[in-house]
Design a protein around this ligand. Structure first.
Ligand code: NDP
Length: 243
């Protein structure tokens, strides 16, 4: 039987590429989206042309009730969930002294609470099946911190802590929990950066280039196939940060 995967934030960027790669690898994909319905429908249609069927599911991953509905949909249709990719996220660029409680709630709920709540809803089924692979999309800034991105850095280091702790707790149930910490990847998230800023960043990266979503998708495929890696934060950043 096919493996079943839920990917959050699969309408755009990294999540979209991951959805395509997994679907093409004979994994049954449930691609979550929130605001970008058109993109999600277009993804489904694009894959359908290759005779690949995926499900798209609208859910705001900051809302427990919407998460519950998505997990219920997956379990009613496929009776199990093998893979959870917690990818949905937002960035924010502000002086620390300008951050508000609303900013805190927005960034922390979208980037961190979503990972907590999604994982909590999916894990009972994985424990029951004694099988599971959870991959959280973190960031280089969760490891080394970024000026003007304090809330984002907090959210991603929270993901890293959760990944390590949960790997220990769920290992005996044969559930692996890992995170990928990308550097800079060519998606809409970075569309606000000017050409000069991109050039400056490239100069700081030993491999002298920006990454592409496919690099993250390839690592995710490897982590799914593997069965002995858990609790790791895997940096994919062109050497931008080597810790
Ligand atoms: P994009 O902005 O291209 O895509 C973000 C995705 O997240 C969209 O599909 C969006 O869905 C979804 N999303 C946002 N909020 C919610 C929500 N409340 N509920 C459900 N889905 C939501 O970003 P990337 O692809 O670049 O980022 C993906 C992940 O990778 C993020 O966690 C990000 O922090 C991380 N990352 C990205 C890096 C980069 O350089 N691009 C570097 C390091 C980490 P919709 O539009 O439908 O609402």
């Amino acid at each position: 039987m096919k493996k079943i995967a839920i990917i959050t934030g699969a309408s755009k960027g990294i999540g979209r590429q991951v959805a395509k790669e997994l679907a093409k690898s004979n994994i049954q994909v449930i691609a979550n989206y929130n605001k970008s319905e058109k993109d999600a429908i277009q993804l489904k249609e694009e894959l359908k042309k290759e005779n690949i069927e995926i499900d798209i599911f609208k859910a705001n991953v900051t809302k427990r009730e919407e998460i519950k509905k998505m997990v219920q949909f997956a379990l009613e249709k496929y009776h199990k969930i093998d893979i959870l990719i917690n990818n949905a996220g937002i960035s924010e660029y502000k002086m620390f002294t300008d951050e508000t409680d609303e900013d805190w709630n927005n960034v922390i709920n979208t980037n961190l609470y979503s990972v907590f709540a999604m994982t909590q809803e999916v894990v009972p089924n994985m424990i029951h099946n004694k099988n599971g692979c959870i991959i959280n999309i973190s960031s280089i800034w969760g490891i080394v911190g970024a000026s003007l991105e304090v809330l984002y850095s907090i959210s991603k280091s929270g993901i890293n802590g959760m990944t390590k702790a949960l790997a220990k707790e769920l290992g005996p149930s044969n559930i692996r929990v890992n995170a990928i910490a990308p550097g800079i990847i060519n998606t809409q998230m970075n569309s606000k950066l000017s050409e000069e800023e991109i050039t400056r960043i490239k100069e700081e990266i030993p491999l002298e280039k920006i990454g592409n979503p496919i690099e993250i998708a390839k690592c995710i495929k490897w982590l799914i196939d593997d069965n002995y890696t858990t609790g790791q934060i895997i940096s994919i950043n062109g050497g931008w940060s080597i810790t």
